[in-house]
Design a protein around this ligand. Structure first.
Ligand code: SAH
Ligand code: SF4
Ligand code: F3S
Length: 479
């Protein structure tokens, strides 16, 4: 059995930290080069693609070679203290690079830029540019300023910016799956969370530009889009002339109709906002993936109240029931925080039992990390000792490992439509793809002449905690 899941899924920002990007396509057409590393959530990875597009427009091409770069950018995350520490360490490493290339510019983008603002320039002397998530359009101007020896900062948050007219440069893409940003910011104010401060107010992107981007991706050969937002279910766009509203369910349907061979996913859903309309739309279209990431955070009503999550344990459980009723084959995953302020042992047990109830296929699990400026940091004492937080987290991880194992074993003998994303990392004789429930499926290439982006029908004969292994039994033209 694969036991890697506990580390693999423990901290998603750590799991995908520091990925280096560089679309090498056309990169030789540029004399000036930028190097970008992204940390944190998918929104940040998606933003790096917007940044790349803006920089291409300003005459800078992407490179994967740090030594080749005139500009080094870190797109940063502030969600937990550890995420910020990782970035500071990385910045120290860049100081060597700057010694050998004094003209090199170093920029911090994203949530840490927004949280610390100009303070970052004092704290990290080698940083030349600090640019918040809503200010990327000003990058060309700020780079010019910084090239002239000025320190350049723009951390203005916007109520309107959605970058809807900017066509992202797909960085490091597999050519099959892509993220599509549909909204920015968050109005929820969960008490532990720094995102409302780093990303600003919620705003929805116009549905026509989203649809056009999905269509364009499909025409370029992509077969899956993930609609991204901190809280996609509160997507709401009003037509400026008619005032007619487009809800998330409407948008989901619009994108599902782009083409039956284009899969649609979305992330993340706040349990309070996911409506029956969304669930019925998911059930209606085969190409809307049967998978919901539904972060619970805690299984105890008192803690949920302190967290300002606005639902109770029972309410969350009835949401899970509703999902299973309307979409019986739906995969559900979660985010969980161990050791929030004042959490008792019994309250921690409630988290373990809600995990059992919900039968998550997978969870991202964290221990609580106090973030400056958040409601929790102002109102509650971070009073659970680190050793207790870690022990509770370990218990959560163990329950999840067992649940994942059970969920994956249950799939043995079933057949799934799998979208092929590429070769398996372990062997070039095998394909890797995902089923609708977002589970990774690996199967031998032999017997069929599949290519990346094809759909295969795969029968599962073996399972680990994080992978289904099977054999292709048919090709599937349209799902
Ligand atoms: N918008 C998403 C989550 C964004 S952050 C949502 O609402 O579901 C991703 C996850 O990080 C959160 O779901 C939460 O589990 C975790 N997280 C956020 N702040 C944290 C903190 N201060 N300490 C530990 N984990 C935190
Ligand atoms: Fe943070 Fe809550 Fe907003 Fe998610 S919904 S980004 S956890 S404030
Ligand atoms: Fe991190 Fe910002 Fe995303 S804090 S999780 S990169 S929104």
């Amino acid at each position: 059995m694969n036991t890697a899941i506990s580390t693999l899924h423990k901290e998603h920002d750590e799991a995908r930290q520091g990925e280096v990007y560089g679309s090498l396509e056309n990169s030789n057409n540029y004399t000036r080069k930028f190097y970008i590393e992204s940390y944190g959530c998918q929104m940040n990875f998606s933003d790096s693609e917007i940044v790349a597009s803006i920089l291409n427009g300003a005459g800078l091409g992407a490179t994967r070679q740090l030594e080749e770069a005139d500009l080094v950018l870190l797109n940063t995350c502030s969600i937990r203290e550890k995420a910020e520490q990782t970035i500071r360490k990385r910045l120290t490493e860049f100081s060597k690079q700057k010694k050998s290339n004094p003209g090199l510019l170093i920029g911090v983008l994203g949530c840490m830029a927004e949280r610390l603002k100009a303070k970052l320039l004092e704290e990290e002397k080698l940083v030349d540019l600090v640019v918040g998530p809503d200010a990327y359009r000003s990058l060309p101007y700020l780079i010019e300023e910084a090239s002239g020896g000025q320190k350049a900062v723009n951390v203005l948050l916007s109520r309107e910016e959605t970058y809807s007219d900017i066509s992202p440069v797909r960085l490091d893409s597999n050519g099959v799956t892509a993220f599509l940003s549909i909204m920015r910011g968050c109005n929820n104010m969960c008490s532990f969370c720094v995102v409302p401060f780093t990303r600003g107010r919620e705003r929805s992107r116009d549905p026509f530009s989203i649809e056009a981007e999905a269509r364009d991706l499909f025409e370029k050969g992509y077969r899956e889009v993930t609609l991204l937002g901190q809280n996609v279910d509160s997507y709401r766009w009003y037509h400026p002339e008619t005032g007619i509203a487009v809800s998330f369910a409407d948008l989901l349907e619009k994108i599902a109709l782009v083409n039956p061979s284009l899969r649609v996913r979305f992330s993340t859903s706040h349990p309070k906002d996911i409506t029956d309309d969304v669930l019925f739309t998911m059930a209606k279209y085969d190409n809307i993936c049967k998978y919901i990431h539904l972060p619970v955070q805690s299984g105890n009503t008192r803690i949920l109240q302190l967290m300002n999550r606005t639902y109770t344990r029972e309410w969350y459980m009835s949401k899970v029931d509703r999902i299973r009723e309307i979409i019986p084959d739906c995969g559900i995953s979660s985010d969980i925080i161990a050791g929030f302020c004042s959490e008792t042992e019994e309250e921690h047990q409630d988290t373990l039992s809600i995990m059992e109830y919900s039968r998550y296929d997978m969870s991202y699990m964290f221990f609580y990390s106090e973030r400056p400026g958040t409601l929790a940091s102002k109102r509650y004492e971070d009073d659970i000792p680190e050793a207790v937080k870690k022990r509770r987290l370990q218990e959560i991880v163990e329950v999840q490992n067992r649940l994942s194992k059970e969920s994956y074993l249950q799939d043995i003998g079933k057949k799934f439509q799998v979208l092929i994303e590429g070769e398996s990392k372990r062997s070039d004789l095998q394909w890797m793809g995902r089923n609708s429930q977002n589970k990774v499926v690996v199967f031998p290439k032999e017997g069929f002449s599949f290519k990346k982006g094809d759909y295969a029908m795969v029968e599962i004969h073996e399972a680990t905690q994080a992978t289904l292994i099977g054999n292709a039994v048919a090709s599937v033209g349209v799902i």
